[in-house]
Write a protein that binds this ligand. Structure first.
Ligand SMILES: Cc1cc2nc3c(=O)[nH]c(=O)nc-3n(C[C@H](O)[C@H](O)[C@H](O)COP(=O)(O)OP(=O)(O)OC[C@H]3O[C@@H](n4cnc5c(N)ncnc54)[C@H](O)[C@@H]3O)c2cc1C
Ligand code: SF4
Length: 325
């Protein structure tokens, strides 16, 4: 590990005032950043420890939703009474991630900003446009079993690994931030993460030194909520395909549908065409097949991850059956 400076922030304002300089990174739980530093994938010159800021509470909003502090541990969020009752898809997604020990330490903000699990990203001897822009992409033409099949570019085919973010995408969460100039931003989760394009090293719309302070959820949606995660092991493994689904059925027809997908793209994937294929239709495999066709119309495999395309189809149909049973 390379040497670095360390400072502990005592307020969000102090953190952002200090956070924008070249080579500076915030550290929250450290469960991703420290691993990357040990491997010298990340080599910050300065760390600002935000873990003791007063951002660890979950509160009701005036709009009837929930405000989640950026430092709320994943374990506490999953166990929160209101989350379990009104947003079970979020609780289930959190509990499907990592391990009990990691969830005790992992924060809400850090979870959104965790980096890809692409093998070549972690291997500093491999070409990787995300780690070293312009060096190439060893995953294209390499072993790419866990990589993306939607929204890829010829520069990067990595996936975003978060389970929590997939549930938040289905719930239409908003990320609230504080910038160095004191301005706050509200960013729809759907717009927060970027597709790789020609700049896979730029993963979100955050500006340098911008701090996530909260994530807000709108009032609880109508309908049944399900999180389904398909992975190589039953625990302690990232998603090959995951789906956060919220579907309401009224008078025998699908009245509303929100579906977000993990393991398939560089960001939690939402496609309005999938939801449009369902709303107004009678629940059943005929409608579900049309939704799966819409999801996968532009899917592209890269060899070892070709299996994800039929897997995503089967997982979507199984999830929709569960949601509408
Ligand atoms: C073995 C293992 C298995 C795992 N399995 C899963 C899994 O199955 N599913 C899953 O979803 N996750 C999984 N994870 C990832 C885990 O959820 C993340 O490491 C964790 O959520 C990151 O949170 P943190 O607080 O530790 O972030 P940190 O490591 O502290 O930070 C991560 C990044 O976020 C930035 N950051 C942190 N907080 C803020 C903020 N408030 N504002 C701006 N920037 C910020 C940091 O600068 C850093 O770049 C796993 C991790 C490990 C080690
Ligand atoms: S897929 Fe992305 S993260 Fe993986 S090697 Fe290629 S550029 Fe790097």
């Amino acid at each position: 590990m390379k040497s670095f400076d360390y400072a502990r922030a005592d307020s969000a304002e102090a953190a952002v005032a200090d956070g924008g300089s070249e080579g500076t990174k915030f550290i929250a739980g450290g469960t991703n950043l420290l691993d990357l530093m040990k491997l010298q994938v990340e080599t910050p010159a300065r760390l600002i420890d935000i873990s003791r800021l007063d951002l660890a509470s979950v509160e009701a909003t005036e709009a009837g939703g929930l405000s989640i502090g950026a430092l709320v541990p994943n374990a506490d969020l999953a166990a929160h009474e209101v989350v379990r009752r009104d947003y079970p898809v979020l609780s289930r997604a959190l509990l499907a991630g990592a391990s009990g020990q990691l969830r005790n330490k992992a924060s809400t903000g850090g979870n959104l900003l965790q980096r890809t699990r692409c093998y070549y990203f972690y291997d500093t001897t491999s070409a990787c446009n995300k780690r070293a822009p312009g060096s190439g992409c060893a995953a294209i033409g390499g072993f790419n079993r866990i990589m993306a099949v939607l929204g890829t570019s010829d520069q990067c085919i990595a996936t975003h690994p978060s389970d929590m973010a997939v549930a938040m995408a289905a719930l239409e969460a908003t990320v609230v931030t504080l910038k160095a100039d004191g301005d706050r931003r509200r960013i729809a989760l759907a717009d927060f993460h970027r597709l790789p394009g020609d700049t896979p090293h730029i993963e979100t719309v955050l500006e340098p030194g911008e701090l996530i302070t909260h994530v807000e959820l709108p009032p609880a949606p109508k309908g049944r909520q399900v999180y389904r995660k398909v992975r190589d092991r039953a625990s302690y493994a990232f998603a090959l395909v995951s789906i956060a689904g919220i579907v309401a059925v009224e008078d025998g027809r699908i009245a509303s549908a929100a579906l977000a997908f993990g393991g398939l793209a560089h960001k939690p994937w939402r496609d309005p065409a999938v939801e449009a294929a369902l709303v107004g239709h009678t629940p059943g495999d005929a409608a579900f097949a049309v939704a799966a066709d819409a999801l996968l119309a532009d899917a592209r495999g890269f060899g070892s991850n070709d299996f994800k395309i039929p897997l995503a189809r089967r997982t979507l149909i199984a999830t929709l059956r569960e949601l509408t049973a």
